[in-house]
Design a protein around this ligand. Structure first.
Ligand code: NDP
Length: 415
């Protein structure tokens, strides 16, 4: 076997691109229009990787799309807030936190005025804040729905972290609230904006592995509230909605869907017993199998007691595509393996000049609002479909029976 880097693409084939193609629909009014009016017209026909041709700085003095960050925890502070530095169209303009001292410290760092710091109690006043176009909800999962509905009532667009919510009903409420408010809803599936993920999807859709037959995915990390008190909410069902599957397995569920370009018709799952009392209310390790109409099969796992697993393998009749790591913040890798060769792609080749996944995600909603086109990548409907499948997996784990998901397999056709 020889290993080398290559940017060559295999022969093309026609398959629907889950990550590509923007749709038209809702017209974003109000705040969205104000931003759109000042936005330099982007080139038409955003494709699977729109960013390089959008890499134009806004003219001096032009207004950027303003985000309020809700919940100043690890992900917000360490990944999202710093990512604004590389955004072309978005900036952070407000903060929402239950910890005023922390909020003030961060506001000083990002040059945010006192008038733009909110608490959860007075959050609804954000409706009168002209600097805020969208609200980015980075709270424990059990608070996503309530805060999304409040943000829509305040007339803002919403970017909400994954998992979208802790039940199918909550996801539906969020989608309905967005429609009522004529505002857009997007879920924080950052991998859809990762150049390596986009490369993998393109390779697969272009026929690089041939018929996709088996997907394997593992997504795990050590989580223990006794070592990191901030993790406590992840072990409290009302706030997390579940254990490793809600937190990490969801990358496998969502990723398997875009790598296979198909949704399962049957799911089966088993929760591995763990007597450690921290797992009294949520699962540690869960393993699953998905069956597809095409005959493909996927299996996966997630765990809070396995360290640093983040991988996909797509096996076809022509080749194997391996992503390992697949969903990390910075250093993802794609290998295309045939019996005699390995082609490798790693992050640096594709991040220049494309933006990093965090900034790209933040800019994407700004572009959607400016164009008056609802987010297709990482839409609320995508978030709902993942939560439906996760709930079916829990049902299967608890009943010991497979769960039929065929009724939702063609959900895209209903959009
Ligand atoms: P943290 O615990 O680090 O942060 C959550 C923040 O929410 C807290 O710091 C706090 O902020 C606020 N909060 C409000 N109410 C509560 C409460 N009852 N209990 C705990 N915190 C509360 O979590 P993460 O940042 O790791 O995760 C937040 C969300 O982001 C989750 O939905 C998670 O799934 C998602 N996430 C997504 C990632 C991705 O790659 N897309 C990666 C990591 C997380 P304050 O003190 O300001 O009020």
């Amino acid at each position: 076997m020889t290993a080398h880097s290559s940017s060559g693409t295999p022969p093309t084939a026609t398959r629907r691109t889950v990550l590509g193609a923007l749709g038209a629909g809702l017209v974003a009014g109000g705040v969205g229009k104000a931003f759109a009016a000042e936005f330099p017209a982007p080139p038409s026909g955003l494709g699977a990787r729109p960013y390089p041709d959008l890499l134009r700085p806004l003219a001096k003095g032009r207004r950027k799309f303003g985000y309020a960050i809700v919940g100043l925890g690890k992900y917000a502070i360490n990944q999202i807030l710093p990512a604004f530095a590389e955004c072309q169209y978005a900036k952070v303009t407000a903060l929402v936190s239950g910890d005023p001292a922390k909020a003030q410290r961060i506001a000083d760092q990002y040059d945010i005025g006192k008038d733009h710091i909110y608490t959860y109690e007075n959050f609804d006043k954000i409706a009168q804040d002209p600097e805020v176009d969208a609200v980015y909800i980075i709270l424990p999962n059990g608070l996503h729905c309530e805060m999304t509905v409040r943000a829509f009532k305040a007339g803002k667009h919403v970017l909400c972290e994954k998992p979208m919510a802790v039940s199918v009903g909550e996801c539906q409420q969020m989608i309905e609230a967005g429609k009522r408010a004529h505002r857009y809803l997007m879920i924080g599936y950052r991998c859809h904006f990762d150049p390596l993920t986009q490369k993998a999807v393109k390779l697969l859709n272009d026929g690089a592995v041939g018929d996709r037959q088996i997907v394997t995915t593992d997504n795990s990390d050590i989580n223990d509230p006794r070592h990191d008190i901030a993790q406590t909410w992840r072990f409290t069902r009302a706030l997390s909605g579940g254990g490793s599957l809600m937190d990490l397995g969801i990358y496998g569920v969502n990723g398997t869907r875009y790598l296979l370009d198909e949704d399962p018709v049957q799911v089966r799952a088993v929760i591995v017993p763990n007597k450690d009392p921290i797992f009294a209310h949520i699962e540690d390790t869960i393993v699953w199998t998905f069956l597809y109409k095409s005959g493909a099969v996927a299996h996966g796992s997630s765990s809070f007691t396995v360290n640093a697993a983040s991988a996909f393998r797509v096996q076809g009749n022509k080749a194997n595509l391996v992503m390992d790591p697949a969903t990390s913040y910075w250093a993802n890798r794609v290998n295309l393996c045939t019996s005699g060769d390995v082609h490798s792609w790693s992050t640096p080749m594709f991040t220049i000049p494309a933006l990093n996944q965090f900034s790209a995600q933040l800019d994407y909603l700004a572009v959607c609002v400016a164009k008056g086109q609802p987010p297709v990548r990482a839409s609320g409907e995508e978030g709902l479909q993942d939560v439906r499948l996760i709930m079916a997996m829990y049902e299967s784990a608890h009943t010991g029976q497979p769960v039929d998901t065929a009724q939702w397999a063609d959900w895209r056709k209903t959009l």
